[in-house]
Write a protein of this length. Structure first.
Length: 177
């Protein structure tokens, strides 16, 4: 194997263990088994991003000939679909971020405006409390948009990139001798 290749090895009794047995879809469109997916994804995370991934499936029993030809395509299709779903989830989060930012900015502006009006009504402890309370309330309304734009998008983008990388992964079958 090349120096920039990362190997993920999975040992199975039969090829069917790799796929969700409850999925009635045709072979190419079948979902991976949840445990198999978790195993593959966790190992892929361990390897550097610049490395090409190779999934080596060690099988105890040989699969039917019609299944061996489509294994790589089925695995790549599954992860391509997962990458597409994460990309859509990311876009949805950014849209929600824009909406919450607009609401937050409008609400903050309204609170600051009302706080300014309260300050003009008179001086005193009660007025100061109302003005400061409105200022704090306005900034608290900005919490969610800032959380989205500062923190929430990173994991989605990272997962989308990982799934896209897995969608390019080579799959090889190691059959019993």
């Amino acid at each position: 194997m090349a120096e920039n290749t990362a190997l993920i090895e999975v040992r199975l009794r039969e090829l069917a263990q790799l796929f969700n047995s409850m999925d009635p879809s045709p072979f190419i469109d079948r979902d991976l088994d949840a445990d198999a997916e978790d195993f593959i994804v966790s190992w892929a995370r361990e390897h550097p991003a610049g490395h090409e991934l190779v999934l080596s499936l060690h099988l105890a029993t040989p699969p039917p000939p019609d299944r061996t030809a489509g294994v790589q395509e089925a695995v790549q299709h599954y992860f391509r679909t997962r990458a597409h779903l994460k990309r859509n989830e990311f876009r949805h989060l950014m849209r929600r971020g824009r909406q919450t930012l607009l609401v937050g900015v409008l609400f903050l502006g309204g609170c600051l405006f009302l706080g300014g009006l309260a300050g003009r009504l008179g001086a005193g402890t009660g007025t100061d409390i109302v003005r400061e309370g409105l200022t704090i309330l306005g900034w608290v309304a900005m919490w969610r948009p800032m959380q989205i734009y500062l923190y929430d998008w990173w994991p989605l983008l990272e997962e989308q990139r990982l799934f896209a990388r897995l969608a390019r992964m080579h799959v090889r079958l190691v059959l019993p001798a």
